[in-house]
Design a protein around this ligand. Sequence first.
Ligand SMILES: Nc1ncnc2c1ncn2[C@@H]1O[C@H](COP(=O)(O)OP(=O)(O)OP(=O)(O)O)[C@@H](O)[C@H]1O
Ligand SMILES: [Mg+2]
Length: 457
Amino acid sequence: MTQQTVLLVDDEPDILQLLEITLARMNLQTQRATSIEEAKRLLESSTPDLCLTDMKLPDGNGLTLIDHIQHRHPSVPVAMITAHGSVESAIEALKLGAFDFVTKPLALEKLRNLVGHALQIKKDTDDLTSEELIGQSELVVALRDQIRRVARSQAPIHIHGESGVGKEITARLIHSLGPRSNQPFIAVNCGAIPPELVESELFGHKKGAFTGATVDKPGLFLAASGGTLLLDEVADLPLPVQVKLLRAVQEKSVRPVGSEAEIPVDVRLLSATHKNLGQQVRAGAFRDDLYYRINVIGIHVPALRERKEDIPLLAEFLLKKLAVSHGTDKRALSEEAISLLLQYQFPGNIRELDNILARAVAMSDRAEIAASDIAFEETLTPPQTQAAAATADIGPDQRSLLEKVRGDLEGFLADTERQILEEALTKNRWNKTATAKALGITFRSLRYRLKKLGLDD
Ligand SMILES: Nc1ncnc2c1ncn2[C@@H]1O[C@H](COP(=O)(O)OP(=O)(O)OP(=O)(O)O)[C@@H](O)[C@H]1O
Ligand SMILES: [Mg+2]
């Protein structure tokens, strides 16, 4: 099992430290972000197992981040830290898809329970939608073979392909099929880090190395020790950092910013980009000696339009995933919807297919998705938020029940919560999807609550 990671979003150093210590004792890795923007950037490059966010952040309200995660990274459970007594925000957070909240001052026992339950649920959910490279086209069969072969070696691998084709999935598979699978896999999006911070992100820094470096920081190479580091969008690495990276690859050691000493690291290096790295080299934007080192083996992930026969299978898989993450019933595509998809060129590849399906599911409430529910990128309006969709169509009975739940949350009374959940469950014949909908909370949030109260079977 790889160590699980918790993303902490807070701008108060004391709280961050307290959280880090508490989670470290639970054998969890932590990532910290001190603003919403920084959290969003980190989420682009790696997927934590849990996110804990404060409400008041320098660039806005933590609720914005919850909403963002719910839409962009629905597999990441998120909980909010709220000021004591601010029940309104806690409820708002739950409506937006947070699975729970903790109040400040932090009660560590409660915090530990919340984290424990959340990670357990994450694991259960992951088992349902395990990491897979779906496809039966010749191109994908060949890709899977290649992945299996390179997984055993330790050679640096460069993965190229258009955006959204599955480069990151490919990297994760290389890691998980290889001998380092129970060590960390860390993905970093080189293009998403401000150029002046890349060096310290990768190699770490000593306290006082530059303004803002208030503590020693290990860096991602060390964090990935024993495991695999994916340098995603590697073409975006600034040239001066390319020099340092070359050294790290050759010497198998890193020197943190502001430090004299080199630290040995044992990391398997994978890299990826949608750009043509050879062309970048010829244009002088990428060092040829580094290119030579990281591109020992190249893997090409084909575009979706080159393997259209995989579209129906992929769509089915993605619809199943959507149903799990949204706690709804799985939908199927009509014949017409499938032939419409087969005509499209998918410039954004599988990520785009996933987005198209997510919108189709939101637009239609029938079991079968019709061609008219499918909209391609150009003709779209922003989708409704999930919470708005969930509460829009409930009747007066359910609404008063919902009011009651909200009222009782105020006192944090587990007994009352249990009673309400039992009532709602009975009313909905123990159908969890319907119960969550009636209560105006997400399926995940309901599962979490049932587990917490011991009502899960
Ligand atoms: N063959 C596949 N089977 C199932 N899901 C896939 C497959 N390929 C890609 N996906 C899914 O499509 C999405 C995009 O994949 P991924 O992030 O790996 O692509 P990428 O090439 O790294 O994209 P980008 O260039 O935008 O970073 C992910 O949600 C991934 O799970
Ligand atoms: Mg990617």
